[in-house]
Design a protein around this ligand. Structure first.
Ligand SMILES: [Zn+2]
Length: 394
């Protein structure tokens, strides 16, 4: 069974579901084959053309109880193949049992671990009270607009009657597993700085460059403060501070012409403790102070999403927590530093936990030479077996 799990993982990793313009059809075929081997029904739904959502369902003994959704995304981010030790879509296993491939951590491992856990439970004739839906979605790595964002608005999704969801986490370099119960809010925007154009030999007033300088100073000073906060307080993680990065700079025609506009692109991630209205007025004030006619064009402006409650009112959480404790695994609760599909579920009030059972592994998501050790991968299947037995029997 271990061998089969690893072979399935490798086969899935070899499907290059890499952005942009992904062809998901080989993935659909692969997952249909998996469902068939598990003796489970499989539904393929297209919210948007070419962007399938695959749901493999294991009906519980009490099908009217709220179900458990095990979500993963099929897409992966691009690679710089020449920087890799092994080809990124070969799923090569080295002498230490490390499986190298794009998606080995983020997050094809988790998708296969869900299925292999179901396979083991079924093999041991375990039955569960609650129905389990294993979902495979597209488009997560570029915002989920063609995937989960659309899917949660469909009748099909409502009919799944999801009570609790598991989704991706991040690897942990030490023994402690990372468990995510919320996400920072993503705001990305362009600051348009128009100004007086003219000859580059003059000292004109109201130039675009001066406005850019003011804004970059403000955002950089703020960034430095947040960085200091993070570095001087060991209890904080990146998910607890506001990150600010200048990501694009555009404008200008030639070096002796003062441009009529510069545009600064900014990526900000805002922790759940920050009031979004206050953050917005801070940004607008900086724009006003920087000079005349500066304006903000939002690229992404997510609303604040509530975090998943971690108290006795959340029976799924208490059972998740006690399972990890029974297994003798230690965990750290965190706010996810980036965005995942969990936010679309939390927006609907569905409790969702981000958890990838990957410890003692360098964090290599989106990096060169992404790998996962086969023993860690197999251990993860065991962890899901225990989690599902507990959570789906509440
Ligand atoms: Zn991911």
């Amino acid at each position: 069974m271990d061998q089969l799990a690893i072979e399935n993982f490798q086969e899935y990793l070899r499907i290059p579901t890499v952005h942009p313009d992904i062809n998901y059809e080989p993935c659909v075929k692969f997952l249909e084959k998996q469902a068939e081997s598990l003796g489970l029904p499989c539904v393929i739904h297209y919210c948007k053309p070419k962007n399938p959502i695959i749901i493999i369902t294991w009906i519980g003994n009490e099908p009217s109880s709220p179900s458990i959704l095990l979500n993963s995304h099929m897409d992966v981010v691009p690679v710089f193949a020449d920087k890799w030790k092994y080809k990124p879509f070969d799923a090569h296993i080295d002498e230490n049992g490390n499986i190298y491939a794009r998606g080995s951590q983020d997050m094809k491992c988790v998708g296969i671990q869900y299925l292999e856990a179901v396979r083991r439970l079924k093999f041991h004739n375990v039955t569960l009270k609650r129905t389990i839906h294993v979902s495979f979605v597209p488009d997560e790595e570029v915002g989920g607009v063609l995937g989960m964002d659309e899917f949660v608005r469909t009748d099909l999704f409502r009919k799944l009657n999801v009570g609790f969801a598991l989704d991706e986490g991040i690897a942990s370099p030490n023994d402690v597993f990372r468990v995510f119960y919320g996400e920072r809010t993503i705001w990305q925007f362009k600051l348009h700085c128009p100004g007086q154009t003219g000859h580059g030999a003059l000292l004109l007033d109201n130039t675009a460059g001066e406005k850019v300088r003011y804004l970059i100073d403000k955002f950089s000073d703020f960034r430095a403060e947040e960085k200091k906060k993070l570095e001087t307080n060991a209890s904080l993680t990146i998910g607890d501070v506001t990150t600010v990065n200048i990501t694009t700079l555009k404008g200008g025609v030639q070096t002796n012409v003062i441009p009529e506009e510069f545009i600064i692109g900014v990526d900000t991630r805002i922790p759940v403790t920050v009031n979004l209205n206050e953050w917005e007025s801070t940004i607008s004030n900086w724009c006003k102070e920087s000079g005349r006619d500066v304006w903000i064009e939002f690229v992404r402006k997510h609303p604040a999403t509530p975090v998943t409650k971690l108290d006795a009112t959340n029976i799924y959480w208490t059972s998740f927590q006690s399972t990890l404790k029974d297994l003798g695994l230690s965990m750290k609760l965190e706010i996810f530093p980036a965005g995942t599909d969990s936010r679309f579920l939390r927006e609907l009030g569905i409790p969702a936990i981000g958890f990838s059972p990957i410890n003692n592994t360098p964090i290599l998501l989106h990096d060169h030479n992404e790998f996962l050790n086969s023993n860690i991968f197999l251990r993860g299947i065991e962890i899901y077996c225990k989690l599902l037995t507990k959570i789906a029997n509440i």
